[in-house]
Design a binder for this molecule. Structure first.
Ligand code: E4P
Length: 216
């Protein structure tokens, strides 16, 4: 399973990249706004900086919701850097646009996916990635991990090549469960990635080894 970091924060992206386990980055308009990035030029510059920081794909989301607007915006985003993957919402014009991008060799990430039916449509349109939002599904009393398993099963028996990019990750356990359920990629906040490091027995064991090492 690949690891993406779900942020537009350059320091966090750098920290994850330096860990040596990072395969890419996902952003969205909320994450870009959180970093205070405003205006088309600054936004493009920020995406370019992220692309130069990481080895792997960088998802950049369109804001348009009509077919022509999504195409125009997506073409501009894709032109920023070869690592850019155009993130398109799961709406009717979004699916039409994903099909267009697929035909024109522009890679896409179909976002805001909450059901297996939506994931089938994204795969049929040729999306490079499909992003089911695990945490938001859990928040609404459904099981986000069940959706990952269901999509993984469908894609496997149908031979769809779209990669399952588990998004809206809230905890280290989400990452483990996504790996078990067959996600191809997990996009996570830095805290969840670092949370995977933690185990009290590791701390206790290390303290003991360091104590005994003084006797050597
Ligand atoms: C990533 O592609 C999504 O935009 C992101 O994971 C959403 O996460 P959230 O539900 O924590 O906002």
């Amino acid at each position: 399973m690949k690891f993406f970091i779900d942020t537009a924060n350059l320091a966090q992206i750098k920290e994850a990249q330096e860990l040596g386990i990072l395969d890419g980055v996902t952003t969205n308009p909320s994450l870009m706004a959180k970093e205070g990035i405003k205006g088309a030029e600054n936004i493009a510059q920020h995406y370019e900086t992220i692309c130069e920081l990481v080895d792997g794909d960088v998802s950049a989301e369109v804001i348009s919701t009509d077919f022509e607007g999504i195409i125009e915006e997506g073409k501009k985003l894709a032109a920023i850097h070869p690592k850019i993957v155009v993130k398109v919402p799961m709406i009717k014009d979004g699916i039409k646009a994903i099909k267009w991008f697929t035909k024109n060799q522009i890679r896409t990430n179909c976002t805001l996916v909450f059901s297996a039916g939506q994931a089938i449509l994204a795969a049929k349109a040729g999306a490079t990635y499909v992003s089911p939002f695990i945490g938001r599904i859990d928040d609404s009393n459904w099981d986000g991990i069940d959706l990952i398993s269901q999509i993984a099963h469908i894609y496997s028996i149908q031979g769809f090549e779209t990669e399952i990019l588990a998004a809206s990750i809230r905890t280290p356990l989400h990452i483990v469960k996504c790996a078990e359920a067959g996600a191809d990629v997990c996009t996570c906040p830095l805290d969840s990635i670092l949370g995977l490091l933690k185990h009290p027995l590791t701390d206790i064991g290390l303290a003991k080894f360091l104590e005994d090492a003084k006797k050597l």
